[in-house]
Design a binder for this molecule. Sequence first.
Ligand code: FES
Length: 316
Amino acid sequence: MAKAIKTVSTVVSKVEDLGNDTKRFTLVDQDDWELPPFRPGAHIDVHLGQGLVRTYSLCNDPYDDRRYVIAVKREREGRGGSNFLHDLVEVGQPISVSLPRGGIALDQEGTNVFLAGGIGVTPFISAIRHLERRGRSNYVLHWTSRGRPVLTDMIAPAIEAGRIRLYDTTAQAKPVIAAIVGEFAGSGLAACCGPAAMLKAFEDAVSAWPEERKHIEMFTPPKVIARSDVPPYELYLSASQKLATVTPDVGLLGTLDALGVEVPVSCGGGICGACRTRWTEGPPIHRDRVLSIAERQNELIVCVGDCAGQRLVLDL
Ligand code: FES
């Protein structure tokens, strides 16, 4: 695999069991320095050793620059990251994390409509704390959970102020996403993070909205797309002046790895943005869930990318 992203050394300062199979971890600099800054709704890769890297949204206020706070729901049938964090990570343990990436481009004037399913609330907690600290109330969160939601302590004033609608699906129907976002079709921002069915309903509801007014945050990468339909193409790396042929069995990321090029990789499925790379010749094939249409004009998510022509040139 390509080499991992540049990391920041942190140490676990607090582990809280919130119930409902969820733990909250607070990471700090080992000498209590400020940590690299982040935007509301940003995420970090957590390096758990032996190649295990998982991406989690930061749920504290970006103003709070001495901590990274993540909340992790145990996925018993998952790929192992949440079980590792729940079972093996303790206070005092060093943990490397990536520089924070991504975030939500909040609408400063219009309403920010957040739709969350379960632990998918984490990026919106960060955004809500950011807005509340600045005295802004131009948002509403519709938060669906199965049973008692956790992390409510982080946004208690917003709940009391009525800016958060809670839906316990063990006792009531799920909200109709199309109806919620339909109210804001003309202005503002809509953002969603939750399970696949919720994201699909959201994507359908905002399909006609301009890119800059919608934001989707995914937990897990979609199934890897078979690449056998893409014929071999030439790959040229302009910065390092390396040349290779990308074949369907090796793929673009595998070819970069074989060339010894360092590309940060985390999710490997086109959802975290760790591997975004500039391209200058293509056209590339985009299969990610990260880049906007404008960003795709000169960037490519290489872990799921390919070339639709005979030659792809990357700025590597
Ligand atoms: S590694 Fe996550 S998008 Fe490529």
